[in-house]
Design a protein around this ligand. Structure first.
Ligand SMILES: *Cc1c(COP(=O)(O)O)cnc(C)c1O
Length: 383
């Protein structure tokens, strides 16, 4: 027997996709010996990204998670405070709430966009009002690149005078009514982790119109060192800043963001067309009044479908193709199961999406042949 099995070319869920100019910015850093700390690439990446999204300023940080942590500190979240957060998300959205010893309260999704349900949010606020303890912040996630229903969410949060932190880690470049995600709340955060729409190998940014608070975040994230000759610390510090090399990758990546969004949309449309006659498959709905960045193309299967999400994931895996489950909602996670969760009706929408959904390979490097390969395997399961 010949045990050398030729492996088919791997198709990724979403992998780093360099544009070409990244190395020039890195070389610039080498040539000027601005390897670390901070430096021109960091300053320029902050300026270029905040200009792009339409925010007054930004702070480059070591991760999107660090950016959420700093945003929570910036709005003044302290021990015992409540923070509302979308349940259907990656754990990094809410872990920083625990870092500050605050208490997360999870909000269910709406069917229309899979994002935070404004009506469930309202329900949580009514409960909080009765308890005489309003949240210090609401973390709204723009899932898989699609903006949440910001008009309604803003209206509710403004009514209670509670600031919004937008977790736009997955939605860089997405637009809700002519405005970029990340610029609706008091603070917005982006991630440049390896599988995001653009990547710096790892990193994040906090954006805001409040330049004074951003200055404070710069201070905290560089160890909170006071302006003295010796090392003087009046506050707790963090080592959260981005290196000048990493920021150089980000500057190059920002130049191809629009191209990436276009390609991701092509992928979404490709699947939509390819599965339109399979009644058991629905694409993640994209609302008419918003523009997704289509970071990941996701589908749900009818509850009664004989084929389950795992069947598809395994069938693809056998062919060296990467797909994955929808984020498991935070209120279902063993670590978070004892925290409060608000949903509208009997059934939790986020649970349903988790149980019936999956993320399809959405790599911006995918060719037409790659897409054909994926579609063929999935279609065969339904025949
Ligand atoms: C990736 C991600 C984060 C965390 O970003 P990191 O840069 O990996 O720390 C936060 N929230 C969501 C929704 C994400 O997808």
């Amino acid at each position: 027997m010949n045990d050398i099995v030729e492996k088919k070319t791997k198709i990724y869920l979403s992998s780093p996709h360099m544009g070409g100019s990244e190395k020039e910015f890195i070389n610039e850093a080498f040539d000027t010996n601005w390897i670390a700390p901070l430096g021109l690439n960091v300053n320029n990446f902050e300026k270029e990204l905040s200009d792009y999204v339409g925010s007054e300023g930004g702070v480059c940080l070591s991760s999107g998670t660090a950016a959420i942590h700093m945003a929570l500190k910036a709005v003044g979240v302290k021990t015992g405070d409540l923070v509302f957060c979308s349940s259907l998300t990656f754990s990094a959205s809410c872990n920083p709430i625990i870092y500050e010893n605050a208490i997360p309260v999870f909000i269910d999704s709406e069917k229309e966009s899979w994002n935070m349900c404004p009506k469930a949010l309202e329900k949580a606020f009514i409960w909080a009002e009765e308890e005489k303890k309003l949240p210090k912040a609401v973390i709204v996630v723009h899932l898989y690149g699609q903006p949440a229903n910001m008009d309604k969410i803003l209206e509710i949060c403004n009514k209670y005078n509670v600031p919004i932190i937008e977790d736009a880690a997955e939605s860089l470049g997405a637009i809700y009514k002519n405005k970029q995600t990340g610029t609706f709340g008091e603070y917005g955060i982006f991630s440049f982790n390896g599988n995001k729409i653009i990547t710096t190998s790892g990193g994040g940014m906090l954006v805001s119109d409040n330049l004074e608070r951003l200055e404070k975040v710069r201070f905290w994230s560089t160890q909170a060192r006071e302006n003295e000759r010796h090392y003087e610390h009046k506050e707790l510090g963090y080592n959260y800043r981005m290196s000048n090399i990493v920021a150089g990758i980000g500057r190059g990546q920002l130049r191809v963001l629009e191209e990436r969004i276009e390609r991701k949309k092509w992928i979404y449309d490709y699947y939509k067309e390819a599965f339109k006659d399979i009644k058991d498959i629905q694409m993640q709905p994209i609302c008419d009044d918003r523009k997704s960045n289509y970071w990941l193309s996701c589908i749900t299967l009818n509850e009664k479908s004989k084929i389950k999400p795992l069947d598809i994931i395994i069938a693809l895996e056998k062919e060296n193709i990467e797909a994955r489950n929808i984020w498991k909602p935070m209120h279902m996670q063993p670590y978070y199961k004892d925290f409060k969760f608000f949903k509208l009706g009997e059934k939790s929408i986020s649970e349903e999406i988790f149980e019936n959904g999956l993320c399809l390979p959405s790599d911006s490097k995918n060719t037409e042949e790659d897409m054909e390969r994926v579609v063929k395997i999935i279609r065969e399961l339904f025949e």
